[in-house]
Design a protein. Structure first.
Length: 485
């Protein structure tokens, strides 16, 4: 067991054990029963395009995810399109973030703090969700962990004879820049790191270097920030900030504050609290502040702040081990494994829930199977809203022989995510010439009213001229078969 391994031989274990632990958590139920939900479907269908087609699309939509889409395109080319290829980068990224937490924790608070923090990261409910998500947020968390590790190494081991600081500062700037290109709200890590520098009373030289390399990262990301603002309609669906939306951040900050208190922070001393508390609090509070100007509050945008929470949890566990060692020297080393084991059992319903298809709002693959079963060659197919066309884009074989009567230009030809549909009059005329129509839409419990004129025209024709002969709802999606009266 770890507690009986000599300290000199624990070096690689401090990052290897949390990495393998997190990897195991990520591989457990990776396919989610062969389900893919709408956000991941966007990644899947864009990654299947050529690099040129992706770049064309980014000029119209989703520029903020451009680097991630190009990365996933390369992986799909190498390994093929599958749920494993879609989600494995996130699993590996969180495993890397866990290794960073462990290394930071050991440097600042000892072996058990590092090990406890590294093991805790993958168990956090928010991390459990995005650990197996085909989106870029886990990659940002890994970059945040790396940049924080580099900053801690620069603060705790300043350059001396024969040791140059600029390579680590350059790596720091590159890590922050790459994170910003994956999600530019990750730039909130810079004020978090500034709070750490203020806490430890960093010298003028450190401040100047941090400001220089941080400014380079901001400058590199600024064109993306400015351009993506022109596509702000993509986030227009995010609701305004309300008080109940801040309950979650308040709980996280309370837990983080307790961990910081147990670490006994002191101004001017580099500690787990001095690093972890700003990393947890500043991005959360910063996003809340931004959301008062424009609604943007989604926990995934600051998922990287969970690196700070895991570090604080590790510091609290390390403090508990130190407190127990004088009275229970033989059992103190069992504290961290014991707490982790209890946490696994206590969180088992959460862990199972995050790996079930029902953990997401819908499943584009399940509804494609229903379409394949119900459709007949020559049938028309409609999508309401048009974004539900993602089912056909991810599973084109299920729609073989069906005619998308509303589509005027395909997603690739129009350089969009969902394609361009014909005007309402043409859609109506096309439907009047059909005998059978399959409507793919949201299930009743998740459906929202659509104000689009095209969707209104579709609904009107189906109500006036067609009769429902079959209706299936599965995992948040719905397929309704209409026949001409």
């Amino acid at each position: 067991m770890l507690c009986h391994i000599p300290a000199a031989r624990r070096g690689p274990l401090i990052w290897l054990v949390p990495s393998l632990w997190t990897l195991a958590l990520g591989l457990w139920g990776l396919s989610r029963q062969d389900s893919v939900w709408r956000d991941e479907a966007a990644t899947w269908q864009v990654a299947g395009r050529s690099a040129g087609e992706i770049l064309d699309m980014l000029g119209n939509v989703d520029a903020v995810h451009g680097l991630y889409y190009l990365l996933m395109h390369g992986l799909f080319e190498l390994f093929g399109a599958s749920t494993a290829t879609l989600r494995l980068p996130s699993v590996l990224a969180v495993a890397a973030a866990a290794a960073c937490v462990a290394l930071i924790g050991r440097r600042l608070a000892g072996f058990w703090a590092g090990l406890g923090g590294g093991l805790a990261l993958g168990l956090l409910p928010a991390v459990q969700f995005y650990l197996q998500e085909g989106r870029p947020y886990a990659l940002v968390a890994a970059g945040a962990g790396l940049s924080t590790l580099l900053l801690v190494s620069l603060l705790s081991a300043p350059p001396g004879p024969g040791r140059r600081a600029w390579p680590r500062w350059a790596a720091y700037g590159i890590a922050v820049l790459v994170c910003a290109l994956l999600n530019w709200l990750s730039l909130l890590i810079l004020p978090a790191h500034a709070a750490t520098l203020w806490w430890v009373r960093a010298g003028r030289g450190v401040w100047l270097r941090w400001a220089a390399y941080g400014a380079c990262a901001v400058a590199g990301a600024l064109p993306l920030v400015l351009f993506s603002r022109s596509q702000s309609d993509q986030v227009s669906w995010i609701p305004p900030l309300t008080w109940h939306m801040m309950i979650g951040p308040a709980i996280l900050l309370a837990v983080g504050g307790l961990g910081a208190w147990l670490d006994r922070p002191r101004a001017g001393r580099l500690s787990a609290a001095a690093v972890g508390l700003p990393l947890l609090a500043v991005p959360q509070l910063g996003l809340i502040g931004i959301s008062f100007v424009q609604p943007l509050f989604l926990d995934r945008y600051v998922l990287f702040s969970m690196v700070g929470l895991a570090l604080l949890i590790g510091a609290a566990l390390g403090a508990a081990v130190r407190a127990a060692r004088p009275r229970f020297p033989g059992a103190a080393g069992l504290l961290v494994p014991g707490v982790v084991g209890i946490a696994v059992l206590a969180l088992l319903p959460v862990e199972l829930g995050k790996r079930a298809p029902a953990s997401r709002v819908d499943d584009v693959l399940a509804v494609a199977g229903e379409v394949a079963r119900l459709g007949r060659p020559g049938d028309a197919v409609l999508f309401v809203p048009a974004a539900r066309r993602d089912t056909a884009l991810v599973s084109p074989d299920a729609f073989t022989g069906l005619v998308d009567v509303a589509l005027e230009r395909s997603p690739v030809a129009s350089a969009t995510l969902k394609g361009e549909e014909a005007d309402p009059a043409r859609i109506r005329a096309a439907l009047l010439g059909q005998r059978r129509v399959l409507l793919v839409t949201d299930a009743a419990k998740v459906a929202k009213p659509s104000g689009a004129a095209r969707d209104a025209a579709k609904a009107a024709v189906l109500k006036e001229r067609f009769t429902v002969v079959e209706d299936r709802q599965v995992r948040g999606r719905r397929v309704t078969v209409y026949e001409r009266r």
